[in-house]
Design a protein around this ligand. Structure first.
Ligand SMILES: C[S@@+](CC[C@H](N)C(=O)[O-])C[C@H]1O[C@@H](n2cnc3c(N)ncnc32)[C@H](O)[C@@H]1O
Length: 638
C-alpha cells in the first residue's frame, strides 16, 4: 500500500450516514380513498399466524401456526433496538406518517393483534412482492408513504412524490411498514422536474432525495418538516408554537459540500483469495484491532509467493471489483456501496481529488485488512486564508501530518488525512479545525445563518428593553472549534464556550488568538459543566445550543432552565430532538420561555436534511425576581 493511501483511508471513523427526520407535504388521505392495485401476490411463511391480517388478502402471509418462542424472541430483539433509539430521538418520525395514513384505530387494531400484541412486527410481505399504489405524503427521510392494498400496512419508497402512482418492490419489513425499492413511476406529479436532476447517480445513490424538485419546492418541503417536527415532538400546545418561517436558502445548491466520506468494503474476489490462502481471514476480512499488523504481514507473505504476472492480474481484478462511494438507494441503503466517480454536491476541489484518492485505494486494495472510509475535506489555501506559505511552513500545527494533498482548485486544496488541519473563513473570521472533527459542511450558507442568529439576538435586546449599550454575555454550548462564539463575540462583553472534544477546544482557543478576539473563554467538558463556571446576569445572557443529532441531555436542560438566560438560540441538525428539547425547556421553566421563532436552514440542498433554528425568549412577567437574580450575580471568568 502506498503511504498516501494508508493515511487517507485509515483509521476508519464511524461512517457518515445521511439520516435525519422530516414529515409530510401531501394532504392526509384515508387508506381506502385512493387507488391501489396489487400486481403480484405471493403468500409467504409468516412469523405470526394470528397477526390480524386477513388470510385472503393477496399479499399477506398465510395464517400459518408459528413457533411462538421464535416469534417472541424476534419481536423482543426488534423492540429492544427500537427502545434504544427512542432514548435518543423519541418515537421515529415515520410513526406519525403511519398514524396519519392508517388512522389511530387501524394502528391499534394491528398492534393488538387480536389481543395477542406485537402485531406491528409482522413479517408482513415477502421480499420482491410488487405493489402499485399512490403516494400520499413524504416521510421524514423524503420517502413516499403509501398504504398497501391490504389496507393494514404502510409501504415506503424513495424518489417519489405525493400524488404519484408508483410500482414498488418490497425489500424488507419494519415496524408497521415495509421498505420498498422503486420500480416505476406510473403517473408523475406536476412537481416532478426530471430535467433538473444534476447527478448521473441520482436514483441509485442514497445520498440525495430531491434533485427532481425545484429549489423552491425543496425549501417548502423542509419548512413543513420543521412544522411537523415541532407539532409532534415538542409536546407543546399549538398556541405556543409560532408559524414556521420560510427555510433559509443555501446560496449554492450544488458544489457546496466541503466534506466527502466515500467508503468501501473488501471485494468478494479478494476475501475469497484471503480465505483460501491465509488462516487469519475468517470471513476473508482481517479482524479489526487484534493482530491487524500480523494479518498484514501474513498477507504480504502470501502475496510474495504468488507469481508476479498472476498477482498483477489478480490485483487488477480486485481493483475493478471494489466499489468506493456511497450507499446504494436499494434496500433503503442497506444493499451495498455504489461506486462513484463524482458527486456534484461536492466542491470542485473535492470533485477533482475524488478519482485520485479512489485510484490510490484501488491500487493498494490488497493491503487493506478491512473496508474503510476515506476523508476528503476542502480547505482554503494559505493565501486565501491570509497567511504566507512561509508562515504556514513554520507552523507545526498547520503542517501536521504533511498538510494538505496538493489538489488545488481556485482558493481550495484538499485534505485527506484525519490528523491534518482544515482552514475555513466565515464572514471575516478565520477558522482552523482538525480535519477529523466537526465543522459545518456548507461554506456558502454559513454567513446567512450567522446573520440570522445575530439579528435574532439584537432584536431580543430591543424588544425586551435591554439597550444595546448594556453589557451582554454569551454562552456557546457544544461550541466545536468556536464557530458561534467567535462570530458573535463582537456583540458581547464576554463569551464562554464549552465543548466535549478537547482537541476542538484547543482549536477554538487557537482561533480566538488567530482572529485577535480577546473576550472569549473556552472550556473542555460536558455542555452542562459550563453552568458551574459562569455567573453572568441571566437577564443579559444569551445561550446558543448546537448539540449533535441526539440533542441535549436532561441534566443540561435542567441547568439551562435553572440559569434562566434571557434568550436561547437552539441550532440543530435534528429538528425532532430539537423540538423535544424545546418542549422540555418550556415545560421545565413552567412556561417561563416563549418560542419566538422557528425555521429551517438549508445546509444540505438536494437532500432531506434540514437544520433547525429556534429562538426562545424568557417571559418578562417575573421581572422583579429577575432583577434580584441579576443583582446577586457576580461576574466571574472561567
Ligand atoms: C453539531 S456540532 C456543533 C459544533 C459547533 N457549534 C459548530 O457549529 O461548528 C456538535 C458539537 O457538540 C460536541 N458535543 C457532543 N456531545 C457533547 C457534550 N455532551 N458536551 C459538549 N459538547 C458535546 C461535539 O463534539 C460537536 O463538536
Amino acid at each position: 500500500m502506498s503511504s498516501t493511501a494508508a493515511t487517507s483511508a485509515s483509521p476508519p471513523p464511524k461512517r457518515q450516514r445521511v439520516e435525519s427526520p422530516r414529515a409530510s407535504t401531501a394532504p392526509t388521505a384515508a387508506a381506502s380513498s385512493f387507488s391501489v392495485a396489487s400486481t403480484s401476490a405471493q403468500p409467504q411463511n409468516g412469523i405470526n399466524g394470528a397477526n390480524g391480517a386477513s388470510a385472503n388478502q393477496p399479499n399477506s402471509r398465510p395464517q400459518r401456526p408459528l413457533d411462538p418462542k421464535h416469534f417472541a424472541k424476534k419481536v423482543k430483539a426488534k423492540e429492544k433496538a427500537r427502545q434504544a433509539t427512542l432514548c435518543k430521538t423519541g418515537e421515529e418520525p415515520i410513526w406519525f406518517d403511519i398514524l396519519a395514513v392508517l388512522g389511530r384505530e387501524k394502528v391499534d387494531e394491528i398492534m393488538s393483534n387480536n389481543g395477542q400484541g406485537s402485531g406491528e412486527w409482522q413479517d408482513k410481505f415477502q421480499r420482491d412482492t410488487i405493489f402499485e399504489s399512490r403516494v400520499l405524503r413524504l416521510s421524514a427521510k423524503g420517502e413516499g408513504v403509501m398504504v398497501a392494498p391490504s389496507g393494514d400496512w404502510v409501504l415506503t419508497v424513495p424518489h417519489v412524490l405525493p400524488g404519484e402512482l408508483v410500482r414498488v418492490r418490497v425489500d424488507r419489513n419494519e415496524r408497521l411498514h415495509s421498505k420498498c425499492d422503486l420500480v416505476e413511476v406510473l403517473e408523475k406529479s406536476d412537481d416532478r422536474r426530471d430535467d433538473l436532476v444534476g447527478c448521473k447517480y441520482f436514483g441509485d445513490c442514497a445520498g440525495c432525495q430531491y434533485q427532481m424538485l425545484t429549489y423552491e419546492k425543496q425549501l417548502s418541503i423542509k419548512q413543513d418538516v420543521v412544522t411537523h417536527a415541532f407539532a409532534h415532538y415538542s409536546g407543546l400546545d399549538p398556541s405556543l408554537l409560532p408559524s414556521t418561517l420560510p427555510t433559509l436558502p443555501s446560496p449554492m445548491q450544488y458544489g457546496y459540500r466541503t466534506k466527502l466520506t466515500p467508503h468501501f468494503e473488501i471485494p468478494r474476489s479478494l476475501t475469497d483469495f484471503r480465505r483460501k490462502n491465509t488462516h487469519g481471514g475468517g470471513k476473508g476480512n482481517f479482524r479489526r484491532g487484534k493482530g491487524k499488523g500480523q494479518a498484514r504481514e501474513q498477507m504480504k507473505g502470501v502475496l510474495d509467493k504468488v507469481d508476479p504476472e498472476e498477482l498483477e492480474e489478480l490485483s487488477r481484478q480486485w481493483a475493478d471489483d471494489v466499489s468506493i462511494g456511497f450507499d446504494t438507494i436499494k434496500g433503503g441503503g442497506k444493499s451495498g456501496i455504489l461506486d462513484i466517480e463524482e458527486c456534484p454536491l461536492a466542491t470542485p476541489a473535492l470533485q477533482e481529488a475524488l478519482p485520485v484518492e479512489k485510484r490510490k485505494v484501488k491500487n493498494s486494495i490488497n493491503s487493506f485488512p478491512n473496508g474503510a472510509t476515506l476523508l476528503l475535506r476542502d480547505s482554503l489555501t494559505a493565501s486565501a486564508f491570509g497567511i504566507s506559505e512561509d508562515d504556514r511552513a513554520k507552523d507545526p500545527v498547520s503542517t501536521r501530518d504533511g498538510g494538505p494533498t496538493p489538489a488545488l482548485v481556485g482558493d481550495s486544496e484538499v485534505v485527506t488525512s484525519y490528523r491534518a488541519v482544515v482552514r475555513e473563513k466565515v464572514q471575516d473570521v478565520r477558522f482552523e479545525t482538525p480535519s477529523g472533527s466537526f465543522f459545518q459542511n456548507n461554506r456558502s450558507v454559513l454567513p446567512g445563518l450567522i446573520e440570522y442568529v445575530r439579528e435574532a439576538i439584537l432584536s431580543a435586546r430591543s424588544t425586551t428593553g435591554e439597550g444595546q449599550d448594556q453589557e451582554h454575555y454569551l454562552v456557546d454550548t457544544y461550541c466545536g472549534s468556536g464557530l458561534f462564539a467567535l462570530l458573535l463575540a463582537p456583540l458581547f462583553k464576554e463569551v464562554a464556550g464549552v465543548e466535549i472534544t478537547a482537541e476542538s477546544i484547543d482549536f477554538a482557543r487557537r482561533n480566538a488568538t488567530l482572529n485577535s478576539i480577546p473576550n472569549v473563554r473556552f472550556l473542555a467538558g460536558n455542555a452542562e459543566d459550563i453552568f458551574g463556571t459562569i455567573s453572568y446576569p441571566p437577564a443579559r445572557t444569551t445561550v446558543v445550543i448546537d448539540p449533535p443529532r441526539r440533542g441535549c441531555d436532561e441534566a443540561f436542560v435542567k441547568q439551562l432552565v435553572n440559569l434562566g438566560p434571557e434568550q436561547i438560540v437552539y441550532v440543530s441538525c435534528n429538528v425532532h430532538t430539537q423540538a423535544r428539547d424545546v418542549g422540555q425547556i418550556v415545560r421545565g421553566s413552567e412556561g417561563g420561555y416563549e418560542v419566538v421563532s422557528v425555521r429551517g436552514a438549508d445546509l444540505f440542498p438536494q437532500t432531506y436534511h434540514v437544520e433547525g433554528v429556534c429562538v426562545l425568549r424568557r417571559k418578562r412577567s417575573n421581572e422583579g425576581e429577575e432583577v434580584k437574580k441579576e443583582e446577586e450575580a457576580k461576574l466571574t471568568t472561567i
